[in-house]
Unconditional design. Structure first.
Length: 138
């Protein structure tokens, strides 16, 4: 076997050969795309972490500002009134006379008490007089 044939079939020799113009173009393109790829992966991660930290600060500020009588919603979706506060726990009144103890960490948000602007919004006879044209039972 001649030396030329061996040079083309031996991987170590072909790696040591100088790059051609076509190889240089591919290398320069890869050198440009690699940092952009890394940037495209890191920026969303960084922004997500920042957003999560801001949300955590809001929740922490809310939990520190709780007062007795506040209407709150837990992470489980339970709506209740704060009955008592301790360092790590909060007593929530979920029904008149029913008080349960929860970790402060489960308080997700403060719920505003619904106050109707129009007194006709909450009529006691709404169920007795259904709108016309609609069935009363399904």
């Amino acid at each position: 076997m001649s030396w030329c044939r061996m040079r083309h079939h031996d991987p170590l020799v072909s790696l040591a050969s100088p790059p051609t113009d076509n190889d240089r173009g591919l290398t320069s393109t890869m050198e440009l795309l690699f940092p952009l790829l890394i940037l495209a992966l890191l920026v969303p991660t960084f922004l997500g972490v920042r957003r999560q930290k801001k949300e955590m600060q809001k929740v922490t500020a809310l939990q520190d500002s709780l007062r007795i009588g506040d209407r709150v919603m837990t992470t489980a979706g339970l709506h209740a009134t704060v009955a008592a506060l301790a360092d790590d726990t909060v007593a929530l009144e979920i029904a008149p006379g029913v008080v349960t103890t929860w970790s402060r960490l489960v308080i997700r948000e403060r719920v505003e008490t619904a106050t109707p602007q129009d007194p006709d919004l909450l009529r006691k006879d709404d169920d007795a007089n259904p709108p016309e044209g609609r069935p009363t039972e399904y």
